[in-house]
Structures are given as structure tokens and as C-alpha cells.
Design a protein around this ligand. Structure first.
Ligand SMILES: C[S@@+](CC[C@H](N)C(=O)[O-])C[C@H]1O[C@@H](n2cnc3c(N)ncnc32)[C@H](O)[C@@H]1O
Length: 245
């Protein structure tokens, strides 16, 4: 198991997520009005359309396993590995596998950028990781520049989904009103989520994950780099295929 060194990124993740594990599943559904489920469904469909029946999927920053189990349900014969930085969330994910449920799923405690394995995956995915991640080493890891074994098979699918700042005025106004409500009412109802409600809008405004990631992927020889807006331009999915050589 790789260790998770502390830096400003992991400090931020700890500040945002500390003490939220028990309410995460409820909150992600409630705070997105159930739209998170549609985004997960879209990611599952992208895998089916572009890969068919994958042999192995790696889910980076798997949290309590919502994304991991969405892949597992759609691909019962596929090995699925979920990697997560925080033990609090990983314990919740592992608890959902008790009693022999999801025998094809394994969870590993590791920072995504430091995850090492001898396995190779047909799909490497991450939902809500990109804005926290150190993207250059993450992309290098996929093709094996820093590690002996690349995470992706040649031609494998890389897919990242995360929040974005809506580029249109009306959608941006809805986005601001939404976070204002979370900060004023949500924080009072769910104090353990206050740090996220307050910090997330600023992080989303600051991150350049879509442009940074697509540029890095192209530089590294990835093919078929695609960008797809999701609901109200509030999130996006970037996909690419690893170099075939
Ligand atoms: C909002 S949750 C998303 C969980 C899951 N992917 C989902 O879609 O529900 C974000 C998760 O990313 C984890 N995380 C953030 N940065 C990470 C990193 N560099 N490596 C691994 N996990 C990370 C956090 O600990 C948190 O559990």
C-alpha cells in the first residue's frame, strides 16, 4: 500500500471531508437533487460504448464507493479496484461489500497519484477527483513514466468527471444561488459540511482541471480526447485513450 504524503492538496481534502463519511451518500444525492446518479449512469454508459466489457476498472478517489459500485453493478464479471486517500470513507466503502456482496470489488487506501500496482486496467476513472489532484503525475502514472507498470493497457480508456464553473451568465447565476443556499441553510442543517459548502465554490472557480487535463493528455500522446458538458454546464466529463504503442 502506498503512503499518502501530506501537502496543501491533501490538507484541503482532509479539511473538506473530515467527519462527513456517515452523511456523504445522503448528501451527494440530496445536494445534487439526484443528478449525481445521472452523471454516474453516463460514466457507466461511456464505458459500455467505448470499451464494451472491460476486464478491469480502476476507480480513483472512490470515496464511499458510489462510483465504484455503479461500475460493479454494470460489469459483474469485471474486476474493480477502488483507491481512496481517506480511511474514514474507505471503511464505509468496504462495509458495503460485507456478506459477500460485490466479490469483484477491492479497495485500497492510497493517494491516487501514488497508487502503484502490477495490474493493468482497461479503464481508469475518477469522479470528483480532478479538482483536488496533482494532474501531471496522475497522467504520467497512466502510461507508466514514473512507475514500472502503466496503469492503463494500450488503448485503455481514461475518464474524469468533476464540477465546472458554468460559462454562461444564466447558468452561472443559478450556480451562485445554489451555493448561497448551501452556505446559508445547508451549513446550519449539516455543520460537518460547512467547510465544503464554503470552500467548494472558490475551488471550482480556481481550478483549470478541464484545460489542464486535456492539454496534458494530448502532450502525452493520448488519442480521442473528448470533453462533454453535463447538466447546466455544472460538471464535465473528459475522456481519452492511452497511446497504443
Ligand atoms: C466527493 S468524493 C467522491 C467519491 C466518489 N468518487 C463518488 O463519485 O461519489 C471525493 C473523494 O476524493 C478523495 N480524494 C481527494 N483527493 C484524492 C487523491 N489525491 N487521491 C485519492 N483520493 C482523493 C476524497 O478523500 C474523497 O473521498
Amino acid at each position: 500500500m502506498a503512503s499518502a504524503p501530506t501537502d496543501h492538496r491533501t490538507d484541503l481534502v482532509e479539511r473538506f471531508f473530515r467527519g462527513t463519511g456517515s452523511t456523504y451518500d445522503f448528501m451527494v444525492h440530496a445536494a445534487t437533487f439526484g443528478i449525481d446518479r445521472l452523471w454516474k449512469r453516463r460514466m457507466v454508459r461511456i464505458v459500455r460504448e467505448r470499451v464494451g466489457t472491460p476486464r478491469a476498472i480502476l476507480d480513483l478517489a472512490c470515496g464511499t464507493g458510489l462510483s465504484t459500485f455503479a461500475f460493479a453493478r454494470a460489469n459483474p464479471n469485471c474486476r474493480i479496484v477502488g483507491v481512496e486517500l481517506r480511511d474514514e470513507y474507505l471503511q464505509r466503502a468496504r462495509a458495503k461489500c460485507r456478506g459477500g456482496r460485490y466479490p469483484n470489488v477491492e479497495f485500497v487506501l492510497s493517494r491516487a497519484e501514488a497508487f502503484e500496482t502490477t495490474e493493468r486496467f482497461d479503464v481508469v476513472s475518477g469522479s470528483y477527483l480532478a479538482k483536488y489532484a496533482d494532474l501531471p503525475p496522475l497522467v504520467e502514472q497512466l502510461v507508466g513514466a514514473q512507475h514500472a507498470v502503466p496503469l492503463l493497457v494500450p488503448g485503455g480508456l481514461f475518464m474524469m468527471h468533476d464540477f465546472t464553473l458554468p460559462p454562461h451568465r444564466a447558468a452561472l447565476a443559478v450556480w451562485r444561488a445554489y451555493f448561497w443556499l448551501l452556505q446559508t441553510i445547508g451549513s446550519r442543517l449539516f455543520p460537518s459540511w460547512k467547510a465544503i459548502y464554503e470552500g467548494l465554490p472558490e475551488l471550482i472557480q480556481r481550478t483549470r482541471w478541464t484545460s489542464e487535463l486535456t492539454a496534458l493528455l494530448r502532450e502525452r500522446g493520448f488519442q480521442d480526447v473528448t470533453f462533454e458538458w453535463q447538466t447546466l454546464w455544472g460538471s464535465a466529463i473528459v475522456t481519452a485513450r492511452s497511446p497504443r504503442r
